[in-house]
Design a protein around this ligand. Structure first.
Ligand SMILES: O=C(O)C1=C[C@@H](OP(=O)(O)O)[C@@H](O)[C@H](O)C1
Ligand SMILES: C=C(OP(=O)(O)O)C(=O)O
Length: 473
């Protein structure tokens, strides 16, 4: 079979105009779920592909001339919205089934002006990276999202994009819906990222792709580096230097990107849920194969080990330029609270909700400083977790950029609450994990957002032995 046969041979699904694009998207009906104490979790957990790498594969694929082939794309709503957006910009994005996708791109600077609003649903990564990717092309694009995304700050991206001459008009406080008018104005751009955000860094780098000369982005704290790795993989000239000022990333603009064959590693942020569940459910032994362990993403696993978790990395290897291993997590009766170093926060930023659940089952206090970014995710994650944990009988203290969970130890978390997921997949999954080991069941008012990042969460966890059930509203 030729390289272009087999799963990549199916006909392209055309982009097509969507004349009924909503002003604000929302998922249809809430799906309440209940999680009850279960017996040991056992078996293998094949979690889906990495969300960050999936978005970037589609966007960079759309910025090449030729066909990029992607194996193991995350088919969660966030990424599917990015796929739709790339079609609207003129790329041919094809789903070949079984996680195999291809993108026939339009080249750097080749984006066409979409004839409808770009709806990024629930996805901060999607909207911010796409804003960057179109910012230096002379097209005008209006972006929107769901109620969660439309409440999140976009000024952190549109401010640096203004350095390229890109104009943005949105709602008060730099919120969506928002229209961007692309330009490749005064260059070169040199930007020091004021918040630890891979989305901001990536938006500026993607904008720099179609700007002449060099774009320099400096981050004081290292954040996930998938954009840098993938830009190099696609043939861009990009250097990274650690200096006293921080991580200095220099990109040479207007490269001809080369299409790639990409194998997406499985998502460590999704792996976190079966791993943490196994640590707190007595008798559990779960293997989570093929997990991406890029050091800019793996902070949770170091933290869990420091807390006394029985967590091992088997079969360490490198795949597609990213470190990968099989994670084995076993019930850990002697978990203890620790202080999570603030400088580790960026490498585990999406994992704090589920870490706070593990902390509730540990002995002693878990301090989590340096985490103000948690307040501007799909929800204010400190507030969402603190309220649910307190209602479930766990003491939580908090400040603007820190929080602290006082663990009650195994077998002593009362549970017995209904919590709100607030359109936030990670809040929903974290509380469902809590229900697996609490004394009383935990109800999540709406688990529908889980499909944004981990559409198979419910069957996967139940196959391991969890007791998650859909209940009526
Ligand atoms: O670049 C990315 O793919 C992401 C960056 C992080 O956001 P910030 O850049 O806002 O920290 C993370 O929370 C998000 O889930 C994915
Ligand atoms: C913060 C997250 O995603 P995003 O910013 O892309 O919405 C996340 O997945 O936890």
């Amino acid at each position: 079979m030729g390289a272009r046969d087999g799963p990549f041979a199916r006909t392209a699904v055309s982009g097509g105009a969507n004349t009924k694009e909503p002003f604000m998207s929302s998922h249809a009906t809430p799906i309440p779920m209940m999680s009850s104490a279960c017996g040991p979790l056992q078996g293998q957990a094949h979690v889906p592909g990495d969300k960050s790498i999936s978005h970037r594969s589609l966007i960079l694929g759309a910025m090449c001339i030729g066909e990029t082939r992607i194996t193991g794309l995350l088919e969660g709503d966030d990424v599917l919205d990015t796929a739709k957006a790339m079609r609207a910009f003129g790329a041919e994005v094809t789903d070949h089934g079984g996680g195999q996708w291809s993108v026939r791109g339009v080249g750097v600077g080749g984006f066409a002006e979409p004839d409808h609003v770009i709806d990024c649903g629930n996805s901060g990564t999607g909207v911010r990276l796409i804003m960057g990717a179109m910012a230096t092309t002379p097209i005008t694009v209006t972006f929107t999202g769901d109620a969660s995304l439309n409440g999140r700050p976009m000024g952190r991206v549109t401010d640096p994009l203004a350095l390229f001459g890109t104009r943005a008009v949105g709602r008060a406080g730099g919120r969506l819906p928002m229209t961007l008018v692309g330009a490749a104005g005064p260059v070169p751009v040199r930007y020091v990222v004021p918040v630890p955000s891979a989305q901001v860094k990536s938006a500026v780098l993607l904008a720099g792709l179609n700007a002449p000369g060099q774009t320099v982005v400096i981050e004081k704290e290292a954040t996930r580096d998938h954009t840098e790795r993938m830009l190099q993989g696609f043939g861009a000239t990009l250097t990274v230097e650690d200096t006293d000022e921080g991580r200095v990333i220099t990109l040479t603009g207007q490269p001809e990107l080369q299409p790639q064959d990409i194998v997406v590693p499985r998502d460590p942020s999704s792996a976190a849920f079966p791993v943490c569940a196994a640590l707190i459910v007595p008798g559990s032994d779960v293997l989570v194969p093929n997990i991406g362990l890029n050091p800019t993403r793996a902070g949770l696993f170091t933290t869990l080990q420091e807390m006394g978790a029985d967590l091992t990395f088997e079969n360490l290897r490198s795949e597609g330029g990213e470190p990968v291993a099989d994670l084995r997590a076993r019930f850990s009766p002697d978990l203890r609270g620790i202080t999570v170093p603030a400088d580790r926060a960026a490498s585990m930023i999406d994992e704090y909700p589920v870490l706070s659940v593990v902390a509730a089952f540990a002995q002693g206090v878990t301090d989590m400083p340096g985490v103000k970014e948690l307040r501007v995710k799909e929800s204010d994650r400190i507030d969402a977790m603190a309220q649910g944990l307190r209602a479930a009988g766990v003491t939580v203290d908090e400040g603007p950029d820190w929080w602290r969970v006082t663990g009650v130890g195994h077998g002593h978390v009362p549970g017995g609450v209904t919590v709100q997921s607030r359109l936030d997949h990670r809040i929903a999954m974290a509380f469902l994990v809590m229900g697996m080991a609490a004394q009383n069941p935990v109800i999540v008012d709406d688990a529908a957002p889980i499909t944004t990042s981990f559409p198979i969460f419910e069957p996967l966890m139940n196959d391991l032995g969890a007791q998650i059930a859909r209940i009526s509203a």
